[in-house]
Design a protein around this ligand. Sequence first.
Ligand SMILES: [Zn+2]
Length: 131
Amino acid sequence: MTGPGDTGADDSPPPPIPDALWQALARSAFRARFHLDAKDRAYLDDRGLPTIMEHAADFIARRLAPAKPARDGRQTPWRGHPVFVAQHATATCCRGCLEKWHGFAKGQALDSTGRAYVLTVIRTWLERERP
Ligand SMILES: [Zn+2]
């Protein structure tokens, strides 16, 4: 059970995201093509980043953190929420991408540190996308 505001990061500072990750993502034509559209930006501005990150914590806890997420590889829609776009842009969309890009082995549930890392990646990407 994950309540609102439980980002898994309450007991430790967010893990640092290496610059090499952003450089590698920028070199991927597939990842680099994802950007927030006007609707995503309006939603983000309207709700505010803290609320959007609560949504992100919920998505990650339910769709990505389990050892064997339902419909893994297809659980993250292409659009419809700024966090979905951020997940494709940062390769935190499914367990296959998470293993390939971020080194989290498939088949193992993400612990609170892993979830905090993923959420920090998403939040940093969203901050970089904002004008
Ligand atoms: Zn993926």
